[in-house]
Design a protein around this ligand. Sequence first.
Ligand code: TRP
Length: 334
Amino acid sequence: MARTFSGIQPSGGMHLGNYLGAVRNWVALQDKHQCIYCVVDLHALTTAPNPADLRANTLTTAGLLMSAGIRPNDSTLFAQSTVGEHAELAWMMECTVGFGELRRMTQFKDKSDRTEFISAGLFTYPALQASDILLYDTELVPVGEDQRQHIELCRDIAERFNNRYGETLAVPSHMIPKAGARIMDLQNPQDKMSKSLDSPGTIGLTEDNTSIARKFKRAVTDSDGEVRYDPAAKPGVSNLLGILAAATNRTPEAVGEDYSQYGALKTDTADAVIDLLAPIRQSYAEFMSDPTEITHLLAIGADKARVVASATLQRAKDNAGLILHNNSYNNSNG
Ligand code: TRP
């Protein structure tokens, strides 16, 4: 079975765009692949979040993933910081990637433009991400379009490492979902859905039905009154068609043929999203009634992850000429 790895930053919540664009794909991949999913709390440190928030958000994110259908028994789900190998291989990756390569990363440019204090970690972020992926001999990395550049850099890092030290790291491929999985903001349909969950343009994964219905009712459309899938000319209507299509596994063009009125399109889209999210919200309430269970499941995931990660790290250290100590990576299993 192909080994699949992906990571998600811990944040206070997840929205419909995260779910339809990425997480739903992660859930589906579990049926065919050996999947490893990681809540990347070390990556979150690059912007110095409040400690209590970071810890709570790591658990919330894991709870949301499991509520959305990630099965911790079939897959491996864990928090990045609990498998020390990630930080350790990251150093070797930092010594393999070029300063100029990191400087060209658009995510770094975007994020550093927006923050006052730019940590060195924000700059070397892609080296840690490469470590995440390469520790698991990953073949496939399902991510959104915004991560394409990081995954390509990860491939270059792996190849450079292998050229220097001999075959050590498997070179992964990315898997980027087709357009249509790109869910836009309901109020600003030319922008990706990305605002905080209380924004009227964002639908939270655990939002209640009344609020979902209200946000769709107020969604921005246009004034020509024609239902047609045309994202450039009609971003608002096309986004509704894209969401309804994604929620019902059809194409936006086909869905568009069923409607002549914006009102009916909005109501049906809201209803489809409510049906899609209701079971997730219910499952989430159960998980959050006992967060220690989440901690426990993450610990089991970390133990599974460590078995693979420690073997890869040993191989990388050995090939790079670092001195090895027996057993120094196996203690945590006992
Ligand atoms: N950088 C990714 C994001 O912002 C998160 C991430 C960290 C990741 N490590 C990863 C994604 C490894 C895929 C594989 O979404």
